[in-house]
Ligand binder design. Structure first.
Ligand code: PAF
Length: 282
């Protein structure tokens, strides 16, 4: 497995692969890889001839008071995981390599979509995500790109960007990977102390409760999200940012829970903001 830090190296390698008729999968990450990322890499290795994993902590998707500086990093262990899962190339550029000194072009969806859910408290987040993902698409030129369903709004936004900008790239969403006790895997789980780790289970419990209500036939978004909020509010360390039902494509709020609706939440456990969700299947 190779590690490349320069854009030109990636372009050169991918060009060679494409000349040989090989397909290329891209797994974009911000590092500190866990089994959730592992599942994306495995899927890419399964579906594509060659897999590129990008490890880039992207400053443009963090607001001024967010956790860019404290975000966990461990590139040695990231490399080991990528290698053990059969990735072919890790792209680990510096901020200067990606943005230069004077980058001033952004890719931004200007509808209501990025203003919903996480966009309410993170107003510049999805502009940063779309900009860096579109740069990675231009650099790597993959056939397929792999994203986790835990970041459901991000996934919907990237699908929309790909449609709007006519990228010839297939976006593959991969299911949430959970710890044995239910907590969705996230690099940010490392911020939780012992007490907070226990408290964090209120998110996956709320997902389970909501899903069970839907499976029993409840169609009212209001009833289901209220019960989920009640469950979370019983946890003293938890503070709800949002628990909301939205259309799975547009991210706009809905009243009725039917197939394709996303029920998503963001909850602070102490100072750590965690997200989780489920989709209505039937
Ligand atoms: O999901 C993430 O880790 C990031 O938002 C992504 C897609 C790698 C862009 O920086």
């Amino acid at each position: 497995m190779k590690v490349a830090v320069k854009i030109d190296e990636i372009r050169q390698q991918v060009r060679e692969w494409k000349q040989q008729g090989l397909t290329v999968g891209l797994v974009p990450t911000m590092g500190y890889l866990h089994e959730g990322h592992g599942s994306l890499i495995k899927k890419s290795v399964e579906l594509c001839d060659k897999t590129v994993v990008s490890v880039f902590l992207n400053p443009t998707q963090f607001g001024p008071n967010e956790d860019l500086d404290s975000y966990p990093r461990d590139f040695e262990s990231d490399k080991e995981l990528c290698q053990s899962l059969g990735a072919d190339l890790v792209f680990h550029p510096s901020v200067e390599e990606m943005y230069g000194e004077d980058a001033s072009t952004y890719v931004e969806i200007v509808s209501e979509m990025p203003k919903q859910l996480c966009g309410k408290t993170r107003p510049i987040h999805f502009r940063g995500v779309c900009t860096v993902v579109s740069k990675l698409f231009n650099i790597v030129n993959p056939d397929k790109a792999f994203f986790g369903e835990k970041d459901a709004q991000q996934l919907a936004i990237i699908r929309k960007m790909v449609r709007d900008m006519s990228y010839g790239i297939e976006i593959v969403g991969c299911p949430i990977v959970r710890e044995a006790d239910g907590l969705a895997k996230s690099s940010r789980n490392t911020y939780l102390n012992e007490e907070e780790r226990k408290a964090s289970l209120c998110l996956s419990r709320a997902v389970k409760l909501g899903r069970e209500m839907v499976e029993k036939g409840e169609e009212s978004a209001e009833k289901v999200t209220s019960e989920m909020k009640n469950l979370i509010n019983k946890e003293p360390l938890a503070r709800i940012d949002y628990v909301q039902a939205v259309d799975g494509v547009t991210m706009l709020p809905v009243d009725t829970l039917k197939k394709g609706v996303l029920v998503a939440m963001a909850v602070y456990i102490g100072n750590t903001r965690l997200i989780d969700n489920f989709s209505v299947k039937e």
